[in-house]
Design a protein around this ligand. Sequence first.
Ligand SMILES: *[C@@H]1O[C@H](CO)[C@@H](O)[C@H](O)[C@H]1NC(C)=O
Ligand SMILES: *[C@@H]1O[C@H](CO)[C@@H](O)[C@H](O)[C@H]1NC(C)=O
Ligand SMILES: *[C@@H]1O[C@H](CO)[C@@H](O)[C@H](O)[C@H]1NC(C)=O
Ligand SMILES: *[C@@H]1O[C@H](CO)[C@@H](O)[C@H](O)[C@H]1NC(C)=O
Ligand SMILES: *[C@@H]1O[C@H](CO)[C@@H](O)[C@H](O)[C@H]1NC(C)=O
Ligand SMILES: *[C@@H]1O[C@H](CO)[C@@H](O)[C@H](O)[C@H]1NC(C)=O
Length: 557
Amino acid sequence: MAPTKLLLGLLVVLLASARAASVSLPALPLSTSSRWVVGADGRRVKLACANWASHLEPVAAEGLSRRGVGDIAARVAEMGFNCVRLTWPTYLATNATLSSLPLRWSLERLGLRESAAGVRVNNPGLLDLPLIDVFREVVSALANNSIMVILDNQITTPGWCCSRTDGNTFFGDKYFDPEEWLKGLSAMATMFRNTKNVVGMSLRNELRGPYQNVSLWYRYMQQGAEAVHAANPNVLVILSGLDFDNTLSFLSPNKVELSFTGKLVFEQHWYGFSDGTDWENWNQNDACGVSVQSIRTKGLFLLQQGWPLFFSEIGFDMSGTHTADNRYLTCFLSVAAEMDLDWAVWALQGSYYIREGILAFDETYGLLSWDWSTARNPSFIKRVNSLQSPFQGPGLPNSQKPYNAIFHLLTGLCVLVKSGNSLKLGPCDESSAWNYTSTSELVLKHTGQCIEAKSVGNTAKLGACFSKSCSKWQLISNSSMHVSTELTKNGTRVCLDAGPDGAITTNQCKCLSQDPSCNPESQWFKVILSSRSIPAEASVLQLPSLGVWPAASSSPL
Ligand SMILES: *[C@@H]1O[C@H](CO)[C@@H](O)[C@H](O)[C@H]1NC(C)=O
Ligand SMILES: *[C@@H]1O[C@H](CO)[C@@H](O)[C@H](O)[C@H]1NC(C)=O
Ligand SMILES: *[C@@H]1O[C@H](CO)[C@@H](O)[C@H](O)[C@H]1NC(C)=O
Ligand SMILES: *[C@@H]1O[C@H](CO)[C@@H](O)[C@H](O)[C@H]1NC(C)=O
Ligand SMILES: *[C@@H]1O[C@H](CO)[C@@H](O)[C@H](O)[C@H]1NC(C)=O
Ligand SMILES: *[C@@H]1O[C@H](CO)[C@@H](O)[C@H](O)[C@H]1NC(C)=O
């Protein structure tokens, strides 16, 4: 090896270990505190996960033929996720013939010789391990990268999930024997009893189909939760709703009754295709407004009732060319920001060994590219970065005194004040601390200054709130994401708008008519609560102007 190469290699190793050292698992085990998932130290732990499929016919985590398992796990952490929802079929836990099958044979019996050759190159140590040990190694590789794992019972029989006719739909269906399912849950919970990074179990994915029955849901889900808890009291038990986990509305009147507390979480799924053709055919403000209302009655209400709700599958075509998916995604992000959701993207895998009979099936929803070498959509990773860590919840620096951040959906950035009192987008960790007051003013805390609209097309500025001239801001349109005011001068309505350079201006409001082709996203903001620390600059920056306005009357605190 040439010396420069050696040096480079050393640098890479050093950087890698620095990165590994900088992230660590939260204080485990996890539990729940009202709607929050918290660590053993009582601090909020926000689940920001990627789904990693391991339930298809080969019964092995996808991608082992493409990359080293450690590389894949490191990639999950690099993309900012702290958790993986790892799927498994019941048979992996209940069929010893299957679970003891070496990975090589499992691939070869399906004719997947190239995949087996790929595993030999990229994961030689896994090739001749029994499938159950391969599964454990994946969990271990994730642990080595401080990634939490939620074990998701996706299906009974290995294969792509989920349809109305696959025999895996609901208790009592052809392949869905409740007794076998309970046995599988117990076995899996027991197997990982001493594996710290396994923090939760999704009891069954996407219940659905003609056998659905609410009273059976209560009977079996309660039994499943008790079985898991008896075998492993450390894991969160996560319960899926009905109709492909699109609805939990039946929980509104009837609670789940369990012998234990502090471990119960519900999960909900939301994809663009669940809303039919609304996303393409409707005005974007209307489509998002209606869809969020429906998500609220189907599941979000649980948060208000003090239950944790995990959006365990959200997903979209990562190519960026699918209009409906793009619109759905922005709308999902608005809910994720507003409610500070725990969430999991479908999916990590860029491709499958085989899916629905197609070799090397391309996962267009995959975080990784088809060959697992790069991020399929790097801008998505940037956009969701601020939604991967908590804004709210126990243990944050300003939990007792949250402020408002003004979150811009399109960029994932927040509104902050820059020199000259103009406004721009920046990282949410550097967000200015705003207060959206009961009198509809957007006040910069501790300064008594507020956001003012001067004219159409100009930058929005920070001005003196104390006078009558302070702009009153309403959240308008059916999405409620336009931050809008009327110019004091002549009553023209304007909306906050972010330019490509991040400058915040006040422009004519977009897409308030029913036009379905119009894109309002540069003007979509959510005024959210944040308990993150307020960077010194955010409050100090404005101090010079304090001289102009008497501190006593301008500072609300
Ligand atoms: C167990 O798995 C093996 C290997 O896939 C399969 O041949 C067998 O039919 C399974 N047994 C049951 C009871 O499903
Ligand atoms: C995880 O780290 C341990 C200790 O360094 C190592 O022995 C083990 O092989 C790693 N596991 C995987 C799957 O990489
Ligand atoms: C649901 O299951 C219960 C218990 O088996 C049964 O009594 C009831 O009739 C079922 N309801 C429906 C709508 O099938
Ligand atoms: C959007 O809002 C307008 C009035 O604000 C209302 O008339 C219209 O029905 C709404 N559209 C939808 C789809 O809810
Ligand atoms: C805004 O200010 C009011 C009045 O001082 C205070 O009651 C409220 O908690 C503040 N809200 C936020 C989010 O800062
Ligand atoms: C109000 O003033 C703005 C300039 O700030 C101008 O663009 C707009 O046309 C005016 N509107 C009316 C109704 O006069």
